[in-house]
Design a protein. Structure first.
Length: 293
């Protein structure tokens, strides 16, 4: 019931909220990475846990479960996210995206056998995930500092707040408890399964990228902020809004602006003697003709 009330309230409030927004909040503050030292320490901790526990369990899952079954699990977990995407799309005033989420949920929950098959995408209705972090950005809230969360990975202050709100408003956990009747231990098991599914997807996407990265932390940060900016602008971010930086080397051929500004005419090279203009002298003046009697 609470989810229905929230959705109805969102439908009423969205036009007013969307009308106040002129520019979505970007990620400029997160790019500064003010807490880099702490973030790197947490990243090292996360990597240690992943290497010791999460990745081996995920590799075992991939070894036992066939690829077609893993895709079915991923599709089903994506399907239960559609109601939350609907809520946030409405809050952002993206009504076309909101109704697409409804269509996807209905099609995949029925013809897709509880979401195991993504027939909606085959019918030209691709998934577009919306969360409350994106909603805050659509309302003009800035990213805040970049944060590496223990076990949860990269985030920003804005996305961390959004994650907390989504955790409270997401209909999926409520369905598990009140409809499916799962107890606390069983719900933790579902959450663990979701984490393993996510890690399994990253093995095919993120792991190859990180394997060749000179600085894993910087690569993860740049990739995350770039992806979030793409999410905020629905895949079409402004070109000058964010440029991922993997190192601080000056591109070849580039001239730092401060060097140009600091140039002085006195520092200019002196032209060679044969290139200097000859000074004017009396020898160059026409001479009077001498008449010989």
């Amino acid at each position: 019931m609470s989810a229905r009330i929230l959705s109805f309230t969102a439908l009423i409030a969205a036009p007013l909220l969307a009308g106040c927004v002129t520019t979505p909040g970007g990620v400029s503050e997160a790019e500064l990475d003010r807490f880099e030292k702490t973030n790197r320490a947490i990243y090292s901790f996360n990597k240690g846990v992943d290497t010791a526990v999460i990745k081996p369990v995920t590799q075992g899952y991939r070894a036992v479960v066939p690829g077609i079954a893993r895709r079915g699990v991923s599709n089903a977990l994506d399907n239960v996210d559609e109601p939350l995407s609907f809520i946030n799309a409405v809050l952002q005033g993206k009504f076309k995206v909101a109704f697409r989420a409804v269509d996807r949920f209905m099609i995949n929950s029925t013809f897709g056998v509880a979401g195991l098959f993504d027939h909606a995408t085959e019918m030209g209705l691709p998934k577009q995930e919306e969360d409350f972090g994106q909603t805050l950005a659509a309302w003009g809230v800035g990213s805040g500092p970049y944060i590496m969360l223990p076990l949860l990975g990269p985030s920003t202050l804005r996305d961390t707040v959004g994650f907390g709100v989504d955790s409270v408003t997401d209909p999926w956990p409520k369905f598990q408890k009140h409809v499916a009747g799962l107890n606390g231990t069983e719900r933790i098991g579902v959450t663990a399964g979701e984490a393993i599914d996510l890690r399994s997807r990253l093995i095919d996407t993120a792991d190859p990228l990180l394997a060749t990265a000179l600085d894993e932390y910087a690569t993860v940060r740049a990739a995350y902020l770039q992806q979030r900016l793409s999410d905020i602008y629905d895949g079409d971010p402004p070109e000058d809004n964010f440029t991922p930086t993997f190192d601080e080397e000056t591109p070849s051929g580039a001239v730092p602006s401060e060097n140009v500004a600091a140039s002085d005419p006195a520092d200019s090279p002196v032209p060679a003697a044969d290139e200097a203009p000859a000074p004017e002298s009396e020898a160059d003046e026409p001479k009077a003709e001498t008449v010989t009697p």
